[in-house]
Design a protein around this ligand. Structure first.
Ligand code: COA
Length: 195
């Protein structure tokens, strides 16, 4: 996958913590005590990114506690190849990504997935997204996956532009899910991960 931007450097493992530093950014594997911050970033990112997509009342009710429970379980399950990554700038945790095997019924074992990629609103457009996404792609490649997929809301123009610039392409796969009483379409992107 020659990515257009971001770092493709393999993660360096220090003890149990993978780190990658580039410019002023640090990426490391998330720990249990990062979960609340991850949930906070997740909720804020939804509230910032989806106001035209989801009802205001639904966005206002998003719960950091519930999202923290979700990510705590995700981390504790220790499923093979699953990893939660945190990006920090000046010691402040500003974004996260989740990587692992494809969850899709048609995803074979050689296909990985970026399950989530979120920055806090203040960090959008600062280069943190590129570095984090580059790290997620490189990590999946390092884990031996030959391709990666990700789902995004069809409407999420900023994220779609971001992925397309990195070399991700639409696969023609779609699904719908209900969020806050609205049925929303998601589209799947794919990227080949050459060794
Ligand atoms: C999707 C998302 C991760 C993409 O991140 P992003 O902010 O677009 O990406 P970056 O942080 O790498 O920023 C890139 C932009 O910052 C600019 N930039 C500023 N300083 C920069 C620097 N030091 N290095 C690199 N780029 C820099 C780039 O030119 C680029 O601008 P452009 O978008 O006008 O081309 C982010 O928008 C986000 O979290 N959105 C909300 C949640 C979301 O939709 N998640 C995806 C769910 S599928």
């Amino acid at each position: 996958m020659p990515s257009a931007c971001g770092s493709d450097a393999l993660p360096l493992t220090v003890g149990a913590v993978a780190v990658e530093s580039g410019a002023d950014l640090l990426i490391r594997a998330a720990q249990a005590n990062d979960v609340r911050r991850i949930a906070q970033i997740h909720v804020r990112a939804w509230q910032w990114a989806y106001p035209d997509l989801l009802p205001a009342a639904f966005l206002a009710r998003l719960s950091v506690v519930r999202r923290a429970t979700y990510w705590r379980r995700w981390l504790a399950e220790a499923a093979p190849h699953r990893q939660l990554w945190l990006v920090s700038r000046d010691m402040r945790r500003i974004g996260f990504a989740a990587t692992g095997p494809s969850r899709d019924a048609d995803g074979d074992p050689s296909t990985g997935e970026i399950h989530a990629l979120y920055l806090e609103p203040a960090a959008v457009g600062t280069g943190a997204g590129r570095t984090l996404c580059g790290h997620a792609e490189a990590h999946l490649r390092h884990e031996g996956f030959r391709a990666a997929t990700l789902w995004t809301f069809e409407w999420n123009a900023r994220a779609r532009r971001f992925y397309e610039r990195r070399g991700w392409h639409l696969e023609g796969r779609e699904k719908t899910d209900e969020w806050g009483g609205r049925v929303l379409r998601e589209v799947r992107y794919r990227m080949a991960l050459e060794p």
